[in-house]
Design a protein around this ligand. Structure first.
Ligand code: FAD
Length: 89
């Protein structure tokens, strides 16, 4: 379930498999747990830069009937006190 759009979605990530597996295991052992869904958070590193996403892109949000507002920010991927912290390229 996509927690923003509120409908079934297919975002096959290990983090989702892990959480869903824990819920399935608990329920198989008599529990009554629920896995509420995902917002599709992911990050990938390419040539030293990090590309991350969570929720919908502007295009996806429009397609889902939302009226998104977009803003661009530049920020460090690591706090100043972390090793290799630096301003964005
Ligand atoms: C190259 C690659 C990189 C990825 N990187 C990331 C990442 O960085 N972060 C992230 O969150 N996700 C990542 N993923 C996705 C993540 O690995 C999968 O979403 C996750 O492993 C799915 O888990 P699963 O348990 O549903 O399925 P699987 O991990 O595919 O496990 C299914 C298991 O069932 C077994 N099986 C299949 N059929 C049968 C059968 N008939 N009888 C018995 N056993 C069977 C298979 O052998 C397998 O062991 C990546 C995937 C790939 C391919």
């Amino acid at each position: 379930m996509h927690l923003v759009g509120g409908h079934p979605t297919y975002i096959p990530l290990g983090t989702t498999a892990n959480k869903a597996g824990r819920v399935a295991g608990a329920n198989a052992a008599g529990g009554r747990e629920r896995f509420p869904g995902v917002v599709g958070t992911s990050i990938v590193g390419i040539f030293g830069m990090g590309f991350a996403t969570a929720g919908y892109s502007v295009e996806q949000a429009r397609a889902e009937g939302f009226s998104p507002i977009a803003a661009r920010i530049e920020a460090q991927a690591r706090p100043r006190y972390f090793p290799r912290a630096r301003r964005p390229l």
